[in-house]
Write a protein of this length. Structure first.
Ligand code: RAT
Ligand code: ZN
Length: 418
């Protein structure tokens, strides 16, 4: 097909692309930590390589029993990943290409540097400087952590107290409370919040106090859970009852949004450890019921199954207390980001948050945002050009406004923090 270049259209595309690439972003869901948490904040080449996305891919080529791999040191595991995914095969997958993007943007040539050389380079950094470097390169203005009061590694730091790094904000993660009630009840009892695990009104009161204390303590931006495809609401399951009697009233009291990440099948292959979770299609009727029954509660949601994406958009059109976010985990691949971003722009305009990084290793913010920004820019260029063809040329300041909304502004407005 013959395409005639039109300078006005070219200029529009250029402005949109530049704006998306340069606007600072609020990364609303990560697994990164404030540096006060010490070794919980992962960074550097070995952590990049043993990322569970890459471990899952490595096992497809690895001729070693699961246990034997897990017995290796982190460095030895990283060596295997490097060999199998980067030397014996081309690093085409999204997670593998991500490592290449990170190294390149940090100024390293992965073709010229072997693993020992890369390790030596990372050793030269002080953590605080490296945080600044990565956040600058990724143009991330704020990082939201995932903070669990049920995590024994994380709790001592909150217990001791620390001066917060303003670059990191908190989200209160409560999966055990909703999906492993007996264990969670034991912890709530030992912390003095409840006296029995019976689903009684005094237990609900105690659990609400627990959430309120923790939300205050960590200054949570929202409360969050990931749930399996079988999640059903309303109902008599422990999960549904605890949502109704504990989480919803807590959100109503505090005004904090409730984030539901739907569709994860935990431990489909337990031998893969953190890499062993899978995906299933969710029943978004449950999310619909939550939004309809609790109009005063703000719900954030991301869904793992491709088949649920259209339904989530339609639901958000029906309920203004629902804000879709991110291309989560297995959907964080270019093919799906392309489709989901267009779907959302066409059905919701700019009233959603297209992406979060889910970074577990600091350096990953570089590739996750680099790759996503290009895809978001492509989608927006297309949409603005369609709009222009229909007779509405967006101004530069309108483009800046829209992009700022998509990269965290709409989220902050939805959460009421602006
Ligand atoms: O993307 C991931 O790293 C997953 O392992 C999960 O952590 C997921 O993002 C979650 O927050 O449950
Ligand atoms: Zn996550």
């Amino acid at each position: 097909m013959l395409t005639v270049s039109d300078p006005r259209r070219d200029q529009l595309a250029l402005t949109v692309r530049k704006t998306v690439l340069e606007t600072p972003v609020f990364d609303i869901h990560t697994h990164l930590y404030d540096p006060a948490f010490g070794s919980l904040l992962l960074w550097g080449i070995d952590d990049l390589l043993v990322y569970h996305y890459l471990v899952a891919e490595t096992f497809r080529f690895l001729d070693l029993p699961y246990d034997a791999f897990w017995r290796l040191t982190k460095e030895e595991q990283a060596n295997r990943v490097w060999q199998l995914l980067f030397q014996d095969h081309s690093p085409i997958s999204e997670a593998a290409r991500g490592v290449i993007t990170v190294l390149n943007r940090l100024g390293l040539d992965p073709r010229r540097n072997d693993l020992p050389a890369l390790r030596a380079w990372f050793k030269g950094w002080k953590v605080n400087d490296f945080i600044s470097r990565c956040l600058d390169l990724a143009k991330v203005r704020l990082v939201c952590m995932t903070n669990s009061p049920f995590d024994p590694l994380e709790r001592p730091t909150w217990d001791t107290g620390f001066a917060r790094d303003p670059r990191f904000v908190a989200a209160l993660r409560i999966d055990p409370l909703l999906v492993a009630w007996p264990d969670a009840a034991t912890l709530l009892a030992s912390d003095g919040y409840i006296t029995s695990s019976d689903l009684s009104s005094s237990t609900f009161d105690g659990a609400r106090r627990f959430l309120t204390d923790w939300a205050l303590r960590i200054d949570a931006r929202y409360v969050m859970v990931s749930l399996p495809p079988s999640f059903s609401y309303p109902g008599s399951s422990t999960t549904a009852v605890l949502i109704e009697k504990v989480v919803v009233p807590f959100c109503e009291d505090t005004g904090l949004p409730f984030a539901l990440m739907l569709g994860v099948k935990r431990a489909v292959n337990p031998a893969l450890q953190l890499a062993g979770d899978g995906v299933g299609r969710s029943h978004l009727d449950s999310l619909e019921a939550l939004c309809a029954r609790h109009p005063k509660v703000r719900f954030l949601s991301t869904v793992l199954s491709l088949e649920n994406q259209h339904e989530l958009c339609v639901l958000a059109r029906k309920f203004r207390n629902l804000h879709p976010f991110g291309c989560w985990w297995f959907t964080n691949i270019p093919e799906t980001i392309r489709e989901m971003t267009r779907l959302r722009l066409e059905l919701l305009g700019t009233s959603f948050t297209p992406q979060h990084s889910d970074a577990r290793v600091l350096d990953q913010v570089i590739y996750k945002w680099d790759h996503s920004r290009h895809l978001i820019a492509d989608a927006l260029v297309e949409k603005y050009l369609d709009l222009a063809a229909s007779g509405w040329w967006p101004t530069d300041s309108e483009i800046r406004r829209d992009v700022a909304e998509l990269l965290g502004g709409a989220f902050e407005t939805f959460c009421g923090r602006r």
